[in-house]
Design a protein around this ligand. Structure first.
Ligand code: RFL
Ligand code: PHB
Length: 401
């Protein structure tokens, strides 16, 4: 990487592509340390603030959002959960996250609410977010004067900067700007998807329920006292229209049944969709002056609730490295960015893969493998050591671990 120590500060030191959790948080973390940035987002503010995605925030994510002044509504409206339930063979088993991790918990607070809070924090601080930035391309990555080109309202723009952060998600343009010969991609696809619904109903449970049933996985989550989020394993090629409300609730009732006759609280389905499941990592996460963060560099299946939290962990490392660069003139942390971030990413990959493997029906699993799955669940719910391993991963590994 070329040295920028002697150069005058660029008017836009850091160009950030993508206003998801990664891009917005990076921009705010940098701002708080006196490093300015511009965020370029292809969608409108209404679209990014309305996209339904994740719901579970790790303890470290919550602590960080509070620390940077974007956690006030989260503290008021988020639901702190101290445990989760694993349900299999028609019985529920509680994992006490807080007791097993020495006081940590998770918070259920929708990703689009985090986005609203971060957009507000950026705009209140005078930050600049260019919405509807079309045809974004990144250039001269291997020089010390990289550029981002884009169109806004039909007019072309060129942004000169010192560094580019590719926070543009899995389908963005930044990752593919790293020459193919210089990156290695690791991919695992799963032979199923998740059918997700939002329903207008009271909570069915005060903690999340992850259930393995002969017919497949189901998950009970929540959003508010009146809106619930539930998922069930489905054929990834299934059609959303093939699922009427009646059929959805019949499937959920079956997959969540217990010996005591547990049933979810039902209501009208307000939104439904099918989510693909994959595990993916791109290495390295940097090329010249381009640094990837979040889904742009890696994807996990949602079973471990790690995607958003990993994006947060990445930009924390990246922000620190950029700040060190600007404050002390040292490139060391930037050079190490990919390797530092990947240590935690691969652990989250392992956890997400493990939760997914333990809790889903795989079409080619034979009887033997199905019994192993049940043995794994039995072990996790009866051994304190195994439950602790789940709990410490679920609430989130240390940022620097
Ligand atoms: P995002 O959120 O995809 O944001 C990328 C942004 O970049 C914009 N963009 C571009 N902008 C300019 N030019 C381009 N060419 C661009 N291309 C794209 C996009 O419009 C977008 O605004 O990536 P980021 O910031 O890395 O954040 C990642 C998280 O969004 C993702 O990992 C999570 O949603 C994953 N996830 C979960 N993560 C959790 O931590 N806990 C959960 O409980 C959880 N549940 C989930 C999930 C993801 C789900 N889906 C739909 C995949 C549940 C679901 C159903
Ligand atoms: C959610 O509430 O959307 C959610 C919860 C737990 C997961 C994934 C998604 O593992």
């Amino acid at each position: 990487m070329a040295n920028v120590g002697a150069r005058k500060l660029n008017p836009t030191p850091v160009a950030i592509v993508g206003a998801g959790p990664a891009g917005l948080l990076l921009s705010h973390l940098l701002h708080l340390e006196g490093v300015e940035s511009i965020v370029l987002e292809v969608r409108t503010r209404e679209e990014i603030e309305g996209t339904i995605r994740a719901g579970v925030l790790e303890q470290g994510t919550v602590d960080l959002l509070k620390q940077i002044g974007a956690g006030e509504r989260l503290a008021r409206e988020g639901f702190v959960h101290h445990g989760i339930e694993l349900r299999f063979a028609l019985r529920g088993h509680r994992i006490d996250l807080t007791e097993l991790t020495g006081g940590k918990a998770i918070t259920v607070y929708a990703q689009h609410e985090v986005i609203k809070d971060l957009v507000k924090a950026r705009l209140d601080a005078g930050g600049s977010i260019v919405f509807e930035a079309k045809n974004v391309t990144v250039h001269d990555l291997e020089t010390d004067a990289p550029k981002v080109r884009y169109e806004k309202d039909g007019a072309p723009h060129e942004l000169a900067c010192d560094f580019i952060a590719g926070c543009d998600g899995f389908h963005g343009v930044c990752r593919s700007s790293i020459p193919e010969a210089l990156r290695t991609e690791y991919l695992r696809s799963y032979p199923f998807g998740w059918f997700g619904i939002l329903t207008q109903a009271p909570p069915s449970s005060h903690e999340l329920i992850y259930s393995l049933h002969d017919r497949g996985f189901a998950l009970v989550s929540t959003r508010s006292p009146t809106i619930q989020r539930l998922y069930f394993q489905c054929d990834p090629h299934d059609r959303v229209e093939a699922w009427s409300d009646d059929r959805i609730w019949r499937e959920l009732r079956t997959r969540l049944e217990t010996l005591e006759g547990w049933e979810p609280k039902e209501g009208p389905v307000m939104q439904k969709g099918i989510i693909a499941m994959r595990s993916f990592v791109c290495e390295p996460m940097q090329h010249g002056r381009l640094f990837l963060a979040g889904d742009a560099a890696h994807i996990v299946p949602p079973t471990g609730a790690k995607g958003l939290n990993l994006a947060v962990a990445d930009v924390r490392v990246l922000a620190r490295a950029l700040v060190e660069r600007y404050h002390n003139g040292s490139d060391a942390a930037l050079r190490a960015y990919s390797a530092t971030a990947l240590r935690r990413i691969w652990k989250a990959q392992r956890f997400s893969w493990w939760m997914t493997s333990m809790l889903h029906q795989f079409p080619d699993n034979n009887r033997y493998q199905k019994r192993l799955q049940l043995a794994e669940l039995d072990y996790v719910t009866t051994s304190r050591a195994a439950a602790t391993a789940l709990a410490e991963n679920y609430v989130g590994l240390p940022f620097d671990g």
